[in-house]
Design a binder for this molecule. Structure first.
Ligand SMILES: [Fe+2]
Length: 358
């Protein structure tokens, strides 16, 4: 393990703040563990019924936009119900994700080792290799739009991305289910911000996304004693993320209002939605990109179980320009293309030479 990574167990985000492209005043440790930290047991993350936007009339859509906008403005996170995605699909995704990581040899996995393509580092990340600044106790795999047969490209080959090409149709179905929610959510956010709700319709039709599969293996005594977290504290570098509720606890989010951590419990079958750095930038800081991390379960029994999650990060294509939306007061940020914006931030994790200017 490099020193940089070992230091990450005790480091705070402020050591890496120069990479950020939106304002982040909060200071926090990358991992829970050796630090005295306060937990917020009071606050409840708001649950919003996205069915009101999907099936409701104008008044229902407006009410949903207000509800969602307020939840995100306050804390950057909301829980979506009424989305219509079958809970059985999530149960199957859990099983198939576990199968992907435990049923494929390391040699095969390493053939797909993550590499940058466009803005995003895509492919397989071995345990403790998700970032270069903290030894995250997770194995991950990132599949972007090009890893799915979504656009009728005759040259598409699942075997270029998947160690088991037969897994592509299932995970494609999962992505399609969430893809259906992209426009309703973005239209609601734009409506909340007082903008034309359809301003991003074109940019977000067949947009890029990152379907990340996370496999957190059962924890050893050595893991627990190392002080490392399952995933370091971070903010998402995207517009927003859809994260189906996990069955093992771990997700914590930082309440900037009191600098306490919130253990987020979302009901099975619900989707956690959070805004990322792209959203913070274009909303002129109205919709925050909120810090979150995955910590070890408190129950020793649960620590002996693997944990699985499958967040979908919604991106804009590399050439799109991130510009503060109209009517939000003096712009705090200059317009910037998604490619330099994204890679400057993520060079925090992958090394300075990861950043691309144009
Ligand atoms: Fe995240």
């Amino acid at each position: 393990m490099t020193d940089r990574k070992a230091q990450g167990i005790d480091a705070t985000n402020q050591a890496f703040i120069r990479y950020d492209q939106v304002d982040k005043k909060q200071e926090y440790h990358l991992a829970e563990g050796r630090h005295q930290e306060a937990f917020d047991e009071e606050i409840r993350i708001r649950t919003c019924d996205v069915g009101r936007s999907l099936h409701g009339g104008e008044a229902e859509q407006r009410a949903f936009a207000r509800e969602l906008g307020e939840a995100l403005r306050q804390i950057g996170f909301a829980i979506l119900e009424g989305h219509g995605v079958d809970a059985a699909l999530y149960r199957e995704a859990e099983a198939r994700t576990a199968q992907l990581f435990s049923g494929v040899s390391m040699e095969e996995k390493l053939r797909f080792r993550a590499r940058r393509h466009g803005s995003v580092n895509q492919g397989y990340f071995p345990i403790k290799e998700t970032s270069g600044i903290h030894p995250d106790l997770v194995e991950g795999w990132v599949f972007c739009r090009r890893a799915f047969d979504l656009d009728g490209d005759p040259a598409f080959r699942a075997e270029d991305y998947w160690p088991r090409p037969g897994m592509e149709p299932f995970f494609r179905q999962l992505c399609q289910a969430h893809e259906n929610l992209i426009l309703p959510v973005m239209q609601s956010l734009l409506r909340y911000l007082g903008c034309d709700p359809h301003l991003y319709d074109e940019k977000l039709t067949r947009t890029n996304f990152g379907q990340r599969l996370n496999y957190y293996p059962p924890l050893t005594t050595e893991d627990v004693e190392s002080g490392a977290g399952r995933m370091l504290g971070h903010e998402d570098v995207d517009l927003f993320t859809f994260l189906p509720a996990a069955s093992v606890e771990g997700l914590q989010i930082l309440n900037r209002a009191n600098m306490k951590w919130i253990r987020l419990h979302a009901p099975p079958g619900s989707i956690i939605l959070n805004t990322g750095d792209y959203a913070q930038r274009i909303s002129n800081d109205i919709l925050p990109s909120t810090t979150h991390r995955v910590s070890l379960p408190r129950d020793p029994g649960l620590r002996r179980q693997a944990r699985v999650s499958f967040p979908m990060a919604v991106y804009l294509w590399e050439d799109e320009v991130l510009e503060v939306l109209p009517g939000l007061g003096p712009a705090k940020y200059e317009p910037i293309k998604a490619l330099p914006f994204h890679t400057r931030i993520t060079s925090k994790y992958y090394g300075d030479d990861y950043a691309v200017s144009e």
